[in-house]
Design a protein around this ligand. Sequence first.
Ligand code: HEM
Ligand code: SF4
Ligand code: SF4
Length: 649
Amino acid sequence: MELVSVSPTYRFMQRISYALSGIYSSRLNPIYYLGAITVFLLVIDVISGIYLFFFYDVDPKGAYQSVEAISSSFLGSLMRGVHRYSSDGLILFAVLHMLHMILTDRFRMFRWVAWVSGVGTLLIFIVIGLSGYLLVWDERAQLTGLLTAKFFSVVPIFGHALMSAFLGTDVKNLGGLFRILLFGHIAVTILLVFTLWVHVMRISRPRLFPPKYLMILLTIYTVAVALIFPAKSDPPADLGKIPFGMSLDWFYLTGFPLFKVLPLSLNWAAFLGFFGLLTLFPWLIKGRRNPPARVIEEKCEGCKQCFEDCPYEAIYMRRVSPKEEKAFVIEDKCAGCGICIASCNYNANVIDTVPYTSMIGEIASESPELVVFRCPFSSEVEEGPGIKVYTLPCVGAVNTVWMKEMLKHTRGVMLVSCDGPDCYFREGVEWTEERFLRKRRPKLLRSLEGGRIRIVEAPSVVSVDREVEKFLSYLRSAEEFPKDVGIVSKGKLNPILAPIVLFVPFLTFYPLTTHRIDFYPTDKSIAVITFKYRSSPVRKAKSSYSKLKHMQAMQNVAIERSPVELSFYVDGKKVLKKVYNPRGLRKDSSIYVYEEFLLTPGEHTFKLTLRETAHPEKVRSIELRRKLEPTTSLALSYQEERGFFVIGE
Ligand code: HEM
Ligand code: SF4
Ligand code: SF4
């Protein structure tokens, strides 16, 4: 029966990860803990965020100053840096974790829940990061807010309203938005706990934190980068001016440069297309699945070992009588790894890909010198005279109980697995080693000579021939065998190279968060019209809608307002003539306008006229002449008491 085996991309990853195991040892290899590293950085991020929260002023008028004040103390600056760089780190490691999942073929079939919730979690990270940047209220915040608002302006409930919060006179609107942002920044972080729970819901004992050694290095590096490159703000935001550029955080604002080159509709297509395809990825690429395990009910003694060992929560215990529980397999969740086959002392768990009876029959009749069990992700071993090779879905399927019978007919047994924590089925190698080292049930019988069994961790990209030869000659020459099973793995940590290699990703944080990008052409100036306008009613409420007194509308409440027509002339040339409708389902709310015009720098005349279409006599207008330098903007706004005026003057 054909088993799920190593794909070309997985082989490529094995090459990289095995080389890294040579530096870190397989047990401390960061590649195997990318998801756990992300969780750990998230914890650092939350702790530093709580510290900043105590000193942050949520009012847009005081926000920038409060952030500057935080940065002016040693601890504040350190915490701000740690908050920024741990946020960048967690995006970087989440994306690396995702790529690792793709390249190692761990994204389909029974893993779909982890995949889809992973994409959701990534999106939530981005939303949190964006809101975090806005809270600083510097030019980066203003431009990020403006570009995000432009992106959402095609959604009818937002329209131009969000944009005019980031440039104009409506500080109240912005203040409200800031409260929502701060609340959202915290609430969505809490939501993460839920999505992460879903993410690992189908995984038993998820590795939520990396080994201590990696946690210590990650903490030191985050603090070091925060000290060497303190997080800085851009100049303060100014509601009267458009910032032409900002220092871009490539970890969070990756898609933003697309605003420069694509129209809004294509930006939406790129966004929805990317995340849509990413979500559907597991269904777009065909894959195979090993056949599932099953439990022979009559043989099951209800010991629960398979229930404890299954790495995918695919086994549950059902009470079949007041005194008896039996194990059952949930086919949909079963990865077909066979790990439960080796959990059972009673041969009650079976799977078609692990034909125990025929294997033992062959071994008994052929009496090979060496029996090798390997998984499809490990090194190839050639069958030859005296060497019998069996490929099982995972070495975790080799039951210690079989050894008593097998060792009667062969000199020794070798298990060739992948690189420990890289096990395609997560816990196969760990459980095998614990079982054969007599630390986990079913333990290898004490009466057996463990020295006649050897476990070799060798992924498909390395050759295990020398180990096979070495073991064979040992089996032939040894007069006595030790009690314990021998394990060969990449076990040495290089104390100099290991810390250096993990520091490399941290070196990218500063350059990739301070890279200045202009979003408007720097050889141009901009004229902007941005305001909120409450037009006159077209219809007013005459009588109440409701019989209930407290729900009755007051007399004279507008139930529909007039649209307005805006005309804008630059140097006598008409550049805009457009009708804007009041917001609200009944068109009874304010009108929001936000329009930008790129201009050649120099002196220009401007004429802006607003007319209420239902009340043609209601006209407001302004005429002015201004000299505009490159990278400067002229923003026109409106207030009932002042009429049209230039903001920021
Ligand atoms: C965004 C933050 C993320 C965090 C904190 C995170 C964390 C984790 C953790 C701790 C595990 C368990 C690892 C184990 O014990 O074997 C895991 C598994 C997994 N993650 Fe993520 N992850 C994130 C994002 C993603 C993304 C974006 C994807 C892909 C779209 C993804 C796909 C998966 C898959 C498929 C597994 C299951 C692996 C298996 O079954 O062997 N994760 N993740
Ligand atoms: S084959 Fe693997 S995934 Fe399926 S029930 Fe057994 S241990 Fe669980
Ligand atoms: S390990 Fe065997 S006996 Fe124990 S619960 Fe599972 S199937 Fe039943």
